[in-house]
Ligand binder design. Structure first.
Ligand code: UDP
Length: 324
């Protein structure tokens, strides 16, 4: 199974997966409407422009490239926006994916890799979140991703469509080549915002809350390098195909760092003492989100290779020389 359609392959995580697929001998084809993605991120891989809702275009691309499996990255990802504009999220993150899945079944393509999220778990009830943790999302973004996970269970049962759902914790860092990296408009993620403050592109970094029940009062998150995530996608794709079964994994390092700790590390790595402003909490942020990656380690042999310092260093390399 070598011909992989990467939907949303011009985006942050998708572009890193495409680069790794190619390096490992696969034939990735990117399908992207470029509403958020960057054509420069696709590099030397075929880019087919199109919408997920366009069945005719999807069918054409499936046939032209003899697609055998689909990886999906084309989702809206901002929690705050999802609360204000849920309709947009349910249309793009659920209806369009359902359209894609219908189209796959019509064309007898039965392997799907889905970008899910730690946000499907909601408020953690255990210190580290494993695959058996209850899934009770607390925002529309998390709801959309959980809905697709449910749709995928039903599609396996009814049509034999096998899927991998990968629940990412905090995807971060950039490819060491400096050719691709994180670029969202607007940017809402902590590491790029911190590094833009270091680079003088922002006046300060605003920390959302220092009254959480954590050691220093700021939120704790589990940061995982985008190339470690990319590796997990390929390992999971191969296991799904070999065993012909659907799989679910939580992808994080298993270690949590607070926002304040991360900012201090960024100051040390960049050598720049940028301004930090403390503000009120952001709605929808759990105090602590840390993965239990034991299942991915045991079943995929996956262990993250980048620590937080390397994540910040690669993101800083990208920030200083960003191409898009
Ligand atoms: N955060 C912050 N200031 C910002 C952006 C994020 O303090 O400008 C905090 C946010 O409240 C959360 C952590 O940084 O505790 C990580 O947020 P991010 O949006 O990067 O990822 P999330 O955990 O929401 O997926």
């Amino acid at each position: 199974m070598k011909n992989i359609l990467v939907v949303g392959g011009a985006g942050y995580i998708g572009s890193h997966v495409v680069k790794m697929l190619k390096a490992q001998g696969y034939n990735p084809v990117v399908y992207d409407n470029l509403s958020k993605g960057h054509p420069q991120a696709v590099q030397d891989v075929i880019l087919e422009e199109g919408d997920l809702g366009d069945k005719t275009r999807l069918a054409e691309v499936f046939q032209k490239h003899h697609i055998e499996a689909v990886m999906h990255f084309a989702a809206f990802i901002e929690v705050g926006e999802s609360v204000k504009e849920p309709s947009k999220y349910y249309h793009n993150n659920v209806s369009s994916v359902l359209n894609l899945l219908d189209c796959m079944v019509e064309h007898q393509i039965f392997y799907f890799v889905f970008s899910s999220t730690a946000a499907t778990f909601g408020e953690p009830i255990h210190p580290k979140i494993s695959e058996t943790h209850p899934q009770n999302p607390i925002n529309p973004y998390g709801n959309t991703k959980l809905m697709v996970e449910k749709i995928l269970e039903d599609f396996d049962h009814a049509y034999g469509l096998k899927s991998v759902a990968l629940r990412y914790f905090n995807a971060s860092g950039a490819d060491e080549s400096g050719q691709i990296g994180e670029s969202h408009t607007p940017e809402t993620h902590l590491i790029p915002l911190v590094l833009q403050a270091a680079a003088g592109k922002r006046e300060s970094i605003k920390v959302f809350g220092n009254d959480y029940p954590t050691p220093d009062g700021t939120c704790v998150r589990d940061y995982v390098h985008v190339n470690d995530l990319a590796r997990a996608h390929i390992l999971a794709l191969e296991k799904m195909e070999k065993e012909n079964k659907s799989l679910r994994y939580n992808l994080g390092s298993g270690s949590g760092f607070s926002v304040a700790e991360l900012i201090n590390q960024a100051k040390a790595i960049t050598g720049i003492d940028f301004k930090v402003e403390y503000q009120a909490r952001r709605a929808g942020d759990p105090a602590v989100l840390v993965a239990d990656p034991a299942k991915a380690q045991a079943e995929l042999g996956w262990t993250p290779q980048y620590d937080l310092k390397q994540i910040i260093a690669t993101a800083w390399n990208w920030e200083k020389n960003r191409r898009f």
